[in-house]
Design a protein around this ligand. Structure first.
Ligand code: HEM
Length: 375
């Protein structure tokens, strides 16, 4: 049912039962065909994420140009320093005002129309404009970058062609910014660090831009789409949020807990030593999948886990990961969701989802489309 390549058909509708069976009956599940293990209980997944020395990110996929997710310290620490500088809190927070202005402007038109397809017309539109400002890209370049993410989600075998298309966008821009840097993120990456450290190599910068474009064109919009769908399915809580927007950040955490979008169904690690858990010994060198979605719904860690409750006491959901690889874009993802939900609930407090497309499950889980009525 669950493998590293993608979700099996029917997974989305049946995920609560699949997760629950795994946690109860096979907390260390072994896939004989692939020879991989899967952990699904909250305590086990959180412990693995915290222990990079045992659960390593370095595997056959790691090479000289690897990104953060395929590295352990000290290489991870060195690249993380550069990445954090480019994705500084200051740069991320400076995105808020323009994002809000875009959201307001587009909602004015959409609400006057009475209905719309919200994922493309609102969410992608606003997140695309944000990526344009963050990277210093034109609208056409952003469309090309987002289309590449969409193709990868629907047809991963097209990855080589997609890489060429992304290179055709990013490489000339990187060269131009070296000559004449601006205050955008690409300029920050191609120039030397504020501490005088050398700029990263071109392949590393290109890889990093892909690592940022993928969640901006996939996970972040999916997180907002899942929020609109889940909140819309609970009219009482929707009314609470519209009346009290300060609850929106905790509502987003609750959406991520129950329906956090993911690219791969699982995060993967390589064991550096034998580990015995729940009576099963996983050998050194073994591949272990960490199933965030199942961990977030573990009744051993949280009460009434299947219930959507925006008033829940704070709970450390694992959809952004945890430990040294915790999502570097989480501040931005939370900002995007907060602003887009605040503006939607202000402009249309009683919006309703009239039609939800089938699950787009190959990559960032969400519905393919959401038709929303503002009447
Ligand atoms: C709702 C939206 C998002 C979700 C659910 C998400 C989820 C995750 C997860 C689970 C990891 C850790 C993977 C692991 O431990 O193996 C991760 C890492 C990362 N994310 Fe996100 N992400 C989101 C949005 C973003 C955004 C918007 C950006 C940047 C613009 C971003 C950039 C990164 C980077 C650079 C890493 C690598 C960190 C490292 O390995 O040290 N993410 N993300």
């Amino acid at each position: 049912m669950i493998n590293y390549e993608g979700f099996e058909p029917g997974f989305y509708e049946n995920r609560a039962a699949i997760y629950s069976k795994l946690r109860d009956d096979e907390p260390v599940s072994f896939d004989e065909e692939r020879g991989t293990f899967t952990l699904s209980r909250y305590e086990d997944v959180a412990a693995a994420l915290s222990d990079w020395e045992t659960y390593s990110c370095v595997g056959p996929w790691t090479n000289a140009n690897s990104q953060l997710g395929a590295l352990d310290p000290p290489e991870h620490t060195a690249l993380l320093g550069k990445a954090k500088e480019a994705l500084s809190d200051e740069r991320m927070l400076s995105m808020e005002d323009d994002l809000r202005a875009d959201a307001r402007a587009v909602l004015e038109v959409l609400v006057a129309q009475g209905e719309c397809e919200l994922i493309v017309d609102y969410i992608f539109h606003c997140v695309g404009r944000l990526e344009g400002r963050l990277f210093g890209l034109t609208d056409d370049q952003v469309s090309e970058c987002f289309e590449c993410v969409d193709i990868l989600g629907h047809a991963p075998e097209q990855a080589p062609a997609v890489q060429e298309r992304l290179a055709a966008v990013f490489l000339p821009i990187m060269a131009a910014r070296k000559q004449s840097p601006g205050d955008d993120l690409i300029s920050a990456l191609v120039t030397e660090g504020s501490d005088g450290s050398e700029a990263l190599s071109d392949p590393l910068i290109f890889g990093f831009l892909n690592t940022l474009n993928a969640p901006l064109g996939g996970l972040a919009p999916a997180g907002v789409a899942n929020s609109v769908a889940l909140i819309g399915a609970h009219p009482d809580q929707q009314a609470d949020l519209a009346a009290n927007p300060s609850l929106i950040p905790q509502a987003y955490e609750e959406v991520l807990r129950l329906d956090g979008p993911v690219f791969a169904p699982v995060q993967i690690r390589v064991l550096t030593r034998d580990v015995t858990l729940h009576g099963v010994t996983m050998p050194a060198g073994g591949l272990v999948h960490l199933l965030f979605g199942a961990a977030n719904r573990d009744e051993r860690a949280i009460e009434n886990p299947e219930q959507f409750d925006v008033h829940r006491a704070p709970f450390q959901q694992l959809s952004f990961g945890h430990g040294i690889h915790e999502c570097l874009g989480r501040l931005l993802a939370r900002l995007i969701a907060r602003v887009l939900l605040e503006e939607l609930l202000a402009a249309a407090p009683e919006y309703s989802v009239t039609e939800a497309g089938p699950p787009f499950e190959a990559a960032a889980i969400r519905n393919e489309w959401l038709k929303v009525s503002f009447a």
